[in-house]
Design a binder for this molecule. Structure first.
Ligand SMILES: [Zn+2]
Ligand SMILES: [Zn+2]
Length: 350
């Protein structure tokens, strides 16, 4: 039997179904795994996505023709039965299950195995072929439980507040920001949120996700209060007048990439918190095992390492070249490596 999904110029393509999954060029029919910019692009004629993510897609893409499916609900298109299953990555994120003449393929999109309260938990889906992401597909990537990271963030905030310094936490605006908000202890002080994240907070709240109260920077004028504030801001806000209003603040960056040696210094921040919305190495291995797939196709990240490891472990492993991770506002993009001549270059390769 020929492959159910192949790579075409516009993206991953379901051959008998005649539709694309997260295409990077405009197409007629697109199944969208989630609202991050490198997966959900403008210009498609017809979108199919999981219902909990509909508000996010509309907030980011505007007026689109969108068919929203509940998780687990099926729809048949050109003989291919499609259903969407939670990927645990961000609100509304889904794995795409395709069934055609008794054969099942699952395209994971981005996923995270550890569950959190801001989106539906990752659901293992059995299949013959599993197309998996591999953003953090190297054995060095192992996350601590998120509760440990939230405690670190709150301790850092509390210590700064005691010294009258604002705490500026850089993170991506969709997904990471809301997860961090959910983990904050609002008793420490006011929480200020940059305008890039606030519209997404609104969508999360509309979907019933409990987030603490967030304020605009303009709403906090009292100097003492400002010194107790935690500020959530996108990386692009670094160095802007908006950030400078917080004066002599302490800053931090939250991302899975903070586990890479030298990443905090390259971001030039006081602290790095290792918190990712992607599976770590054990999480990827667990998801692949639970899928019971005999064949695994790796996309989006550390392809050679994963393919080698899976092949050594008796699986039929291959790769798809995709254009995901091309948006710098997304954790999928690895931080720029240090210049070859810099003294830290040799150390970070270790
Ligand atoms: Zn993503
Ligand atoms: Zn991605």
């Amino acid at each position: 039997m020929s492959d159910l999904v192949v790579v075409r110029r516009a993206g991953l393509y379901c051959v008998p179904g005649q539709f694309y999954i997260d295409p990077w060029r405009p197409v007629e029919r697109a199944v969208i795994t989630h609202g991050h910019a490198d997966h959900a692009r403008t210009g498609h004629q017809h979108y199919l996505a999981a219902a909990p993510g509909a508000g996010i897609l509309r907030a980011r893409l505007g007026a689109i023709t969108l068919e929203a499916l509940d998780y687990g609900q099926t729809v048949t298109h050109n003989g291919v039965t499609i259903s969407l299953h939670p990927a645990g990555h961000v609100l509304g994120s889904a794995q795409v299950r395709l069934q055609y003449r008794g054969e099942v393929w699952v395209a994971s999109g981005d996923y995270k195995v550890e569950s959190d309260d801001t989106c539906a938990a990752f659901e293992p889906v059995r299949c013959d072929t599993f197309i998996t992401e591999s953003t953090f597909g190297m054995p060095i990537y192992r996350w601590q439980p998120q509760a440990v990271i939230y405690a670190e963030i709150n301790d850092w905030w509390r210590a700064n507040a005691a010294n009258g310094r604002s705490s500026v936490l850089f993170c991506y605006s969709f997904g990471k920001a809301q997860r961090i908000l959910h983990g904050l202890d609002p008793d420490i002080g006011p929480i200020i949120c940059h305008g890039a994240a606030e519209p997404l907070n609104r969508v999360y709240r509309e979907q019933g996700v409990a987030l603490p109260r967030t304020l605009t920077a303009a709403a906090v004028t009292d100097k003492a209060l400002l010194g107790r504030a935690l500020v959530i801001a996108p990386p692009s806000a670094a160095g802007t007048p908006w950030i400078k209003r917080f004066g002599d603040y302490s800053d931090a960056f939250a991302s899975g990439w903070m586990q890479v040696r030298g990443a905090r210094r390259r971001r030039n921040v006081d602290r790095g918190f290792v918190l990712s919305d992607h599976a770590d190495w054990p999480g990827l291995m667990q998801a692949i095992k639970d899928s019971e797939a005999k064949r695994v196709i790796v996309t989006h990240g550390q392809i050679p390492t994963m393919v080698r490891w899976l092949t050594q472990n008796g699986l039929d492993a291959g790769a798809f070249e995709t254009e995901y991770g091309g948006d710098d506002q997304h954790e999928d993009v690895a931080p720029a490596p240090p210049a070859a001549s810099s003294p830290e270059a040799a150390a970070t390769d270790a």
